[in-house]
Design a protein. Sequence first.
Length: 268
Amino acid sequence: MKTILYHYSATGNSLTFSRQLAQELGDTTLLPLASFRKGTKPEAERVGILFPIYAWGPPRTVDEFLQNLDLSDAKYVFAVASCGGTWGNTLRRIRKTLRRKGSDLNAGFAVASRGYLNLSKPGAKKSPQEKMVETVSKLSGPRPKTDQERLPEILEVLRSGKNAKPERGKLWGSLLGSFFHDMATPMLAKSDSGYSVTDACTGCRTCARVCPRENVTLAAGRPVWNHDCDSCGACQGWCPEAAILTAGNLSATRKHHPGVSLSDFLLR
Ligand SMILES: Cc1cc2nc3c(=O)[nH]c(=O)nc-3n(C[C@H](O)[C@H](O)[C@H](O)COP(=O)(O)O)c2cc1C
Ligand code: SF4
Ligand code: SF4
C-alpha cells in the first residue's frame, strides 16, 4: 500500500519515528508537513501525520495543515503525537477536525519521547506556567510508553488496517489540557517577542530556513521575528552559533535526537 508520512519536528523525535515507520512499511514517501501547510492532496491510500504536542495540543502549523488537507484519495489516515508525557485530548481533536471535513482519523497514537530543548534555568523558582504543567500532568494519568516501546504495536495496527480509537489521557487532565491549549496557542504565536540575537550571529539565515512558519526574516543581516511563532525552538536549536536568546536571555541547549542533522530541517 502506498503511504505518505507528513512530519513536523523541531528536535527530531517525530522525524526519526517517521523514518522508522517508513522503513518498516515500505513504499513510503516522507514529506515535511510545514511545506504543505497551505494545502495539498496526497496521492496515497495511507496517510500518516507525525508531530509533537505543544501545550497539550497540536502545533498551530499542524492545525493549519489539517484544515487545508484534501484527503479524498486516502483510505486510511493515522496520527502519531510525540510528547514529554501529557498529550491531552489532541488526537480526538484531530479526529474532530477531519470529520468536519468529511474525512476521518482511523488511528491515533500518543508516544513519549525524550525532550531536547530545555530552556528552564537550573534551580530557578517554578513559574505559574510550570506549576500549571505539573497539575495537568498529574491529572492526565501515566506517561505513555516511549515511541521505541510502541513501535511493534503501532506497526501491527497499521499493517492490519484496523481502526484504533485515537488515544486520550484521563478525562479531567485531557479536558483541562484542551482548555489550556486554546488559551496558550495565541500566546505561543507571540512567544518570539522576547527573542534576541547576540553578536555571535553571522547572518547565515539558518534560523529563517528551518522555521516552519516562515516567521523569521533577515534585516541588515540579523534575524527579525514576526510574531507568527509556534514556539517550536528550531531557530534557536539549529543556530550554528547558538546566537539566539529567548525571553529571560535563556539559550537553547541545542540538543536534538542523535539520528538527525541540520540538513534534515532546512525547509527552504
Ligand atoms: C512549545 C512546546 C510545548 C510543549 N508542550 C508539551 C506538552 O504540553 N506536553 C508534553 O508532554 N510535551 C510537550 N512538549 C514537548 C514535546 O512535545 C516533545 O519534546 C516532542 O517529543 C518534540 O518532538 P520533536 O522532536 O519531533 O520536535 C512541548 C515542547 C515545546 C517546544
Ligand atoms: S542561524 Fe544564528 S547565526 Fe545564522 S542568521 Fe540566524 S541567528 Fe544569525
Ligand atoms: S520563529 Fe523559531 S520558534 Fe518560532 S516557529 Fe519559527 S523556528 Fe519555531
